[in-house]
Design a protein around this ligand. Sequence first.
Ligand code: PLP
Length: 386
Amino acid sequence: MTDFSIPFEDDLFASAGLRLTVDLTALTENWRDMARRSGAARAAAVVKADAYGVGIEDAGEALYLAGARDFFVATVDEGVTLRLYAPDARIFVLSGIWPGTERRFFENDLVPVISSDEQLAFWMAVLAEYGDYPCALHVDTGFNRLGLHIDDALALANDVSRPASFAPVLVMSHLACGDDPSHAMNQRQLESFRRVNAAYEGIDASLAASAGIFLGEDYHFDLTRPGISLYGGEAVSGMVNPMRPVATAEARVIQVRTVEAGETVSYGRALQLGRNSRLAIVSAGYADGYMRSQSSGGVPLRQTVPQGGQGFIAGHKVPVAGRITMDLTIFDITDLPENAVRAGEYVELFGKNMPLDEVARAAGTIGYEILTSMGLRHERRYVAEE
Ligand SMILES: *Cc1c(COP(=O)(O)O)cnc(C)c1O
């Protein structure tokens, strides 16, 4: 008889419907790897969006202990959280400073990245009131997202009337096409950024995110800004990804069911089975970031991979069957031996065996979006080699 006695203490991870394992050793090894690839430049660590979904507290602390002393976050809140785990690091806030946030910048020793005329004007007013404080300048070299216009940045560098308390510690820009090493835009942005670097002589310069580090030494300047590579994701399209996987997501099989040839599966009857089949129903769906666009049929948006996504269980990749639903996904396990999969076991959604970027391609997106879409409905465990 099955023993249904209740264990004295719950093991939340062992019984979770959806669970995420974060390998902090892989994370710090990836950072060291990117630091080596950055050559003479210092490597920062980009930990925005809760460290790409793996948790800014643990990831930030591990990276700090591995030696990272420059960090980039997107928002002030992220900076305030990170400060607790990276006591004497320099923390740059990419979204810059807004009226009403200056106190939190000062109290947590955060460096605003000034990236528009309005922010610059506000920053000058702040300096007039509070005195010296470091900042970074983001200069646009063709991305057209954030950044001062390059002519304005060059003029500012030579403006003798600017206040002495205005003390940028970093000038930076961001590449639009770094993931495509053959793109002519890279060289154009590099040449523009060289002018910025020359105008701000003596101040650190930073152009390369993960992809830019792979473009070579010319792109490294003084400080690099790797993000996705730290988390194991692919930075350069078409290149074999040398990074170690960091995050592994697994969903529990709630039920294995047998279904006859000719029957249909899930919403919209989008998949009709051509043979007698065994299906594993697992407890993760699009509400957990397991995107509906990976469904095996009936989702017109995805054109890249007609078969839809795959999971990994019992040593094999198995395809998604029918549409992915909010809380549940169905995998076709017919090709596995009869008793290979039982309820209670776990299907790997992405991670060590099911590459993140393969999953992303099946969903018509990028690994960044898969990682940052997991949400909060999972148990998380951090592991590290001794
Ligand atoms: C997100 C971001 C990075 C990190 O980019 P990855 O491609 O993840 O390495 C670097 N710089 C800026 C300005 C960013 O917004």
